[in-house]
Design a protein around this ligand. Structure first.
Ligand SMILES: [Ca+2]
Ligand SMILES: [Ca+2]
Ligand SMILES: [Ca+2]
Length: 463
């Protein structure tokens, strides 16, 4: 793997680090006292009161009856480490879910060849497949698998290079943003011309059952595709192929809202990330490729039973959401007001409600939640663009990620890298990368006094 990294220190980054260290020492204690503010219970009745390293890993406390046992069975499935004998590969990235979603949290980009890979490269060629999705690449499919079982060639390695770009904020403070370039290193076949590549780190997996239970009507009602209200923000829904329904459905999960529901998201992860087939995705990612020698016949049973797929799905549907902290702190309250005045809340929608839906865990319905997302696609400008369409998402559109729990990233995962490919090394960098519809928000932060920026960060760290 080829990786070039350089770091440029700045006063602001030092300030951010100091603030996050202060947060850490305070959060070492596992239990936090519930405070009085409407959005403390970020996940409604599915809120958990922990600010320690297990904050993303606790079951929703409102699970009833058999749900608790199902969640625990799902926990085992999520951690299960596959080996060749139980179906791992022939092509894969990691042997279990937790290798990427470490502590149910977020992955980061590898900086050296020895670092664990907690991200993936989605691949395609220009054009669309039969269902309006990305067009797979002959010999590589729709995702790069950088590992393979003994006797099989992997598809190649992740090549990541960064170039530092200095930005000077209005108060003279400079911040360096690292602009990545991605390629496939040592591919087993020549890479076809026109390859489109989207690098994505593993997002956190808690609270997702709540997002799955927000009604489609509520999400679509937040869209303003032609910016009719003239605020410069024009979110729109993605519609993606639902394999079980054999029909297009609203996209909700993945960095481009490229998966319709958690069952399909989970089955796709087993398949693309681990080479584990299910009834939903019965072909190995290596199927039809020249290195795939010993392919099981298509009549062979899937690597995984529907029961275990259901358990793993239930697990990511029923992880609780950490409560907000420090809500009555002056800095935090002032930061919350700045979050609204900088128009962050126009996309990172503070409050949503969930509804009952057939087939979803009943406990996730009827909750008022504070996820800080609208689950819609937004044009984020050329700086963040991967230039790879994904169903209706263009090369520069991304789904607003939820911000709940983001203040605990450092505590849970030991890093503070953000955005779809982990390029941002702090919350400040993440904000300054915002462009397109969010350019005015990034500019507003760039024009804030250092004191106001610290207030905004204090608010984000309280989430
Ligand atoms: Ca397999
Ligand atoms: Ca592949
Ligand atoms: Ca608008």
């Amino acid at each position: 793997m080829t990786v070039f990294v350089s770091r440029v220190r700045s006063g602001l980054l030092a300030l951010v680090v100091a603030a996050s260290l202060a947060g850490c020492s305070k959060n070492e204690a596992d239990a936090v006292e519930p405070a009085k503010a409407d959005d403390v219970n970020a996940g409604g009745a599915a809120t958990v009161f922990s600010a320690g390293s297990n904050a993303y890993s606790l079951p929703a406390p409102n699970l009833r009856g058999a749900s608790g046992a199902r969640h625990l069975a799902g926990d085992v499935a999520f951690e299960r480490r596959f080996v060749t004998a139980d179906g791992l590969g022939p092509l894969f990235i990691n042997g279990n879910c937790t290798a990427c979603h470490v502590r149910d949290g977020r992955g980061t980009a590898p900086l050296t060849a020895n670092d664990p890979v907690q991200m993936l490269f989605r691949l395609s060629l220009p054009g669309q497949d039969a269902h309006g999705g990305p067009r797979p690449v002959p010999g590589f499919g729709d995702q790069l698998q950088n590992r393979a079982i003994v006797g099989t060639a992997s598809e190649g390695q992740l090549s990541i290079q960064y170039v530092e770009q200095l930005r000077t904020l209005v108060d003279g403070i400079t911040v360096s943003l690292r602009q990545p370039t991605y390629a496939i290193d040592a591919p087993y076949l020549p890479v076809p011309a026109g390859l489109l590549l989207s690098a994505r780190v593993a997002p956190p997996v808690f609270g997702l059952g709540l997002l799955e239970a927000v009604s489609e009507a509520d999400i679509v009602a937040l869209a303003d595709e032609n910016d009719a209200n003239g605020d410069g923000i024009s979110g729109r829904p993605n519609y993606v192929w639902d394999v079980a329904a054999q029909a297009p459905r609203l996209g909700r999960f993945g960095w481009k809202a490229n998966q319709p529901n958690l069952r399909q998201q989970t089955a796709a992860a087993y398949n693309g990330d681990m080479g584990i087939t299910t009834s939903l995705f019965s072909l190995e990612p290596a199927a039809g490729q020249s290195q795939a020698g010993n392919q099981p016949p298509s009549s062979a049973p899937a690597d995984l039973t529907d029961g275990e797929l259901a358990n793993a799905t239930f697990y990511v549907q029923t992880l609780g959401v950490p409560a907000r902290r420090d809500v009555n702190n002056e800095q935090v309250r002032a930061g919350k007001a700045l979050f609204v005045s900088a128009k962050c809340a126009s996309c990172h929608m503070p409050r949503l409600t969930t509804s009952p839906a057939a087939g979803l865990p009943a406990e996730m319905a009827g909750q008022t939640i504070y996820p800080y997302t609208d689950l819609l696609l937004h044009d984020m400008g050329s700086g963040l663009a991967d230039n790879r369409p994904d169903f209706r998402a263009s090369g520069s559109e991304w789904r607003t990620p939820p911000l709940w729990g983001i203040g605990l990233s450092e505590v849970v995962n030991g890093h503070s890298t953000f955005l779809h490919d982990g390029r941002a090394r702090s919350l400040t960098e993440a904000i300054l990368w915002h462009g397109g519809e969010a350019q005015a928000s990034a500019d507003a932060v760039g024009h804030m006094s250092a004191a106001d920026r610290a207030r905004l960060l204090a608010f984000l760290k309280s989430l």
